[in-house]
Ligand binder design. Structure first.
Ligand SMILES: [Fe+2]
Ligand SMILES: [Fe+2]
Length: 497
């Protein structure tokens, strides 16, 4: 094991900075030999206080002085990445952790396929690489900003804790991208790191880079849908970047994926528990028909058709994050060995260079949806979007099992790829959830049945009453099957100060 791979934590080796202002290896769990990297320390000296200002100013509203039962990653081995304990959020130890180096790793795709993976930024691809890191980095603080008001209406302490866990980990993901920027991109990188704290979700003058990260997350159902769908976009992007020929980016993303999995767990089980509460209430009240919306809502639970509309909205907004299906930028990122496909190394049956290959892309031609073969290299966004849709389906199938189990006749489905899109081949086209092309009038007449309307959102808001007593849950959501780190049902996940 090289010095670089030594995991340092509070109990670890004495850092050379022990007697100066801050001891980096203590405050910042890391496996990048931060304690002996003067240049990196200097860059972080400037950035870290601004990050902490951002966290207290733009992070969770309230509860910053509460003790939260959080997991802190202090190392990348199984023993190190799941340390649980009560922490006040502003004192959370945001770390810089990279998956272990794979000796002899080569670039798995593109023009440089088979060459040794880059340990430094390849000069010819510098601008593209920086841009991709900035765009990924921008989503991390954005989601914290979007979710900042949710603590006050948490349906339980368990859920509140999960929200804050997601928030601190998105904060750590920002650290991960900032590490790459300041370590490998000099002055430009330091400026970008600064700008990541200046853009703000939903702000008119200086918004976050991507559309979905400027939408608000006004309620807990939106939070669960966001973590199910939009964090999964994060997973797909990170997985594609984990294949990168730039080894530090690959290693960073590989470790981030372990945290991302937890965010999607929060989303999937959050929606599932909402479904369970609805189904249980319907059964108890003897309501068989899921379309008896008024009667179901009177029970203080969310009707299943509304959950489907919420899913339609979040699925479609998230799909826009994949960008234009046909994209020369995506082709360039792949060709240059910077961003691979989902699961690139394990893909069988092609040359990983894609000069000749084709990929079927759904397009809108002469008022009709058609599937056309496009050059695979230019269709990479389309492919990643298709992989995303497949990845979503597993969770949706599990939601449906909960409904089936109690014998209610309702099935959640993903809307057609072209439904409610703003970006890409099908952006701005009027397409129903089942894939029919509609006129503007037909769309206007029907879209209220497919997307959450004002009345729906008002109803959801009316349910958002806090439930902050240990072991208790709001009416609209069932308790989880197991506690965090196997804690008992009445465990006090947040000691509210
Ligand atoms: Fe993230
Ligand atoms: Fe995430």
């Amino acid at each position: 094991m090289s010095a670089e791979d030594t995991v340092s934590d509070a109990a670890g080796a004495i850092s050379p900075d022990r007697f100066v202002d801050i001891s980096y290896d203590e405050v910042i769990p890391n496996n990048v030999a931060l304690g002996s990297d003067k240049q990196l320390q200097r860059a972080l000296e400037g950035w870290r206080p601004k990050y902490l200002d951002w966290w207290t100013g733009m992070g969770p509203v309230g509860f910053q002085q509460s003790e939260v039962y959080l997991r802190t990653a202090v190392g990348v081995d199984p023993a190190g990445w799941a340390k649980f304990g009560y922490v006040k959020m502003p004192t959370y130890r945001w770390g810089i952790l990279l998956a272990p180096k794979v000796e002899g790793r080569t670039i798995p795709f593109g023009r440089h396929k088979g060459e040794p993976a880059w340990q430094e930024v390849p000069g010819e691809h510098r601008a593209l690489l920086r841009r991709l890191i900035v765009v990924q980095g921008d989503t991390e603080p954005a989601s914290v900003e979007q979710q900042r008001f949710l603590g006050a209406t948490a349906p339980s302490l368990y859920d509140m804790r999960n929200l804050f866990q997601v928030n601190v980990e998105e904060g750590r993901h920002l650290w991960a991208m900032v590490y790459l920027l300041v370590k490998y991109f000099g002055k430009d990188g330091r400026e970008e790191a600064q700008a990541l704290l200046e853009r703000q979700s939903g702000q008119m003058d200086n918004p976050r880079i991507l559309g979905a990260f400027n939408e608000s997350t006004p309620d807990w159902l939106s939070f669960f849908m966001f973590t199910f769908f939009t964090d999964r976009d994060g997973k797909m992007q990170l997985a594609a970047l984990a294949e990168s020929g730039f080894d530090p980016l690959s290693r960073t993303c590989r470790f981030m994926l372990t945290e991302e999995a937890h965010h999607m767990f929060v989303g999937e089980t959050g929606v599932q528990r909402t479904i369970e509460a609805t189904c249980a209430a319907m059964v108890k009240a003897g309501i068989k028909d899921p379309n008896e919306v008024e009667a179901v809502r009177k029970l203080g639970v969310v009707d299943l058709p509304l959950l489907q509309r919420k899913a339609n909205f979040h699925a479609s907004v998230t799909r826009d994050l994949f960008g234009s299906e046909i994209s020369s930028n995506a082709a360039e990122a792949f060709g240059s060995g910077i961003k691979g496909r989902f699961n690139e190394v394990n893909l069988k049956g092609d040359d990983h260079v894609l000069q000749e290959a084709t990929y079927p892309v759904t397009r809108f031609v002469d008022g009709k949806l058609v599937v056309e073969d496009a050059p695979a290299l230019r269709a990479l966004n389309s492919r990643l979007l298709d992989d995303f849709i497949v990845d979503c389906q597993g969770g949706i199938d599990r939601w449906n099992k909960s409904v089936e189990k109690v014998g209610i006749d309702f099935k959640f489905v993903q809307p057609h790829k072209g439904f409610n899109r703003r970006i890409g081949e099908l952006g701005g086209k009027r397409i129903s959830p089942t894939g029919e092309v509609l006129t503007e009038d037909q769309w206007n007449a029907m879209s209220g049945a497919w997307l959450p309307n004002d009345e729906d959102m008002e109803f959801i808001r009316s349910l958002m009453k806090p439930c902050h007593e240990p072991g208790k849950y709001a009416s609209w959501i069932a308790p989880p099957r197991v506690g965090v780190n196997s804690q008992a049902g009445d465990f006090e996940y947040v000691k509210i100060a």
